[in-house]
Write a protein that binds this ligand. Structure first.
Ligand code: TGC
Ligand code: FAD
Length: 384
């Protein structure tokens, strides 16, 4: 049995899904893992990987047309899983580009916007970011202060966004802003006067990903830059469904990386005259990891199959995002502990994954937000 796939999920995949998984796994083994710790230490994003990810069709992989891959949801999940086996920062890049930037243009944009942006984004030539969160509170985006006012044929945007993945390196920002009619999305190009970004430095988490703030001071964009098909908070929340779905798979990859390394370590670490792996306490902890990874895999695969037939519900996504992030963080922390002092060394992966997962459990809706989403689904009462 494969210790990181005890229920043989791989055996249930189609040939195409297996091929996608294998090609991303190869990229991660050959190109991500050899250098990711350096990037994490130096607080840099491995930008050199962008063309390689594009060549594999990883940007906008589930979208049809415009140079995108048209893959199914399970394939997208497998892409996220393999990338996050490398590092959450790499999966974040792909989540943002695909689910949070290309998806809204594809779903809500005009034909002209799709033609203009999607082929370049699929090719990795245009990098996007998604500005929803604001400094005063990300869990409650309905309370956003950033606003857009009509001026003739144009819109004038003012406000600030915080904690935005890729903002400092993005060519294009999807900015969500309050208008007289409700919340709307705007495509803002770097270089537009009044649009600036600032990198958030000194992060302890997601150090191989670039995070920043966006400032909008009297930024003028034409009507042609508004996403016509999105009105109200359900626009950005629809994008979050896509990205959260991918995260449910991604974090499984991080947990698998921790378990795989631990299985190796506990066989060779000899204490009290026997390998650590020969003790009951360690075996129970390893079994617990395998159990929780397996359950997370089954949740994500079923979610993917539902998504592929158009039946995925937001509360189902919340359940898997909550369960799988909390599972992966627990696995990474426990793996760190079982490595003893070595667990704090950069030679081993669990501490990097654990630090990254502190972000992943917070972004795209905190654990509490997802628990309350399920509570609301069960009771019909909003307790936010
Ligand atoms: P609420 O009244 O529930 O909803 C407003 C409207 O939206 C609809 N809706 C949804 N539509 C699609 N998908 C969903 N998941 C939806 N949830 C709700 C809803 O039906 C309603 O539609 P309508 O027609 O009636 O107007 O809104 P609320 O203000 O009560 O808020 C609900 C809550 C708390 C769940 C929501 O605000 C929320 O999800 N908060 C968390 C915010 C969040 O997750 N931010 C993430 C920012 S992006 C990010 O973190 C990227 S990290 C990327 C990376 O690096 O990988
Ligand atoms: P807050 O909303 O202030 O929450 C603080 C605490 O209050 C949390 O524990 C929360 O669970 C709790 N809480 C909230 N509401 C309730 C309630 N009703 N009852 C009880 N407790 C509650 N955002 C983007 O828009 N785009 C991005 O690309 C992006 N990338 C990110 C990258 C990183 C590395 C990080 C860390 C964040 C990113 N975010 C992004 C922002 C992220 O989505 C927010 O951090 C997240 O939604 C939480 O918002 P907040 O940080 O303002 O915390």
């Amino acid at each position: 049995m494969d210790p990181v796939d005890l229920y043989d999920l791989r055996g249930t995949l189609s040939d195409e899904e297996r091929m996608v998984q294998d090609s991303v796994a190869r990229l991660v083994d050959e190109r991500v893992l050899p250098d990711i710790q350096r990037h994490f230490e130096e607080h840099t994003f491995p930008r050199e990987l962008v063309p390689e990810m594009a060549a594999l069709g990883l940007f906008g992989s589930t979208l049809e047309g415009y140079g995108c891959g048209g893959m199914n949801a399970v394939s997208y999940g497998l892409i996220c899983q393999e990338l996050e086996r490398g590092d959450s920062g790499i999966r974040s890049f792909v989540s943002v580009q695909s689910s949070l930037c290309m998806f809204p243009i594809h779903a809500f944009g005009t034909e002209e916007q799709k033609q203009r942006w999607l082929p370049g984004m699929a090719a990795g030539e245009v990098i996007g970011c998604f500005g929803l969160t604001e400094p005063h509170g990300g869990s409650d985006p309905a309370n956003m202060k950033t606003h857009a006012k009509r001026r003739g044929d144009d819109w004038v945007l003012n406000g600030a966004k915080m904690w935005i993945t890729n903002a400092p390196i993005a060519d294009l920002a999807i900015v969500w802003a309050r208008t007289e009619d409700g919340i709307r999305g705007f495509l803002v190009e770097r270089g537009t006067p009044g649009f600036t970004t600032r990198e958030i430095e000194r992060k302890f988490s997601l150090r191989a990903s670039v995070t920043g703030a966006i400032f909008l001071e009297d930024v003028v964009v034409p009507q042609a830059s508004m996403l016509r098909g999105a009105l109200g908070l359900k626009g950005p929340l629809a994008c979050l469904n896509q990205a959260r779905y991918g995260i449910t798979w991604g974090v499984i990859g991080a947990a698998q990386a921790c378990l795989a390394q631990l299985l190796d370590y506990t066989q060779t670490r000899v204490l009290f005259g026997r390998p650590l792996a020969a003790t009951q306490a360690i075996q129970i902890r390893l079994a617990e990891m395998a159990r929780s990874i397996t359950m997370a895999q089954l949740l994500s695969l079923q979610l993917g199959r539902l998504k592929d037939v158009g039946r995925m519900q937001p509360a189902q996504v919340s359940l898997a995002k909550w369960n799988n992030c909390s599972m992966a963080l627990r696995v990474a922390r426990d793996a760190r502990d079982m490595l003893g002092g070595s667990g704090i060394s950069a030679e081993y992966v669990p501490i990097r994954h654990a630090l990254n997962l502190e972000s992943v459990i917070t972004y795209e809706g905190t654990e509490t937000v997802h628990q309350l989403t399920i509570g609301r689904e069960l009771t019909g009462i909003s307790a936010f």
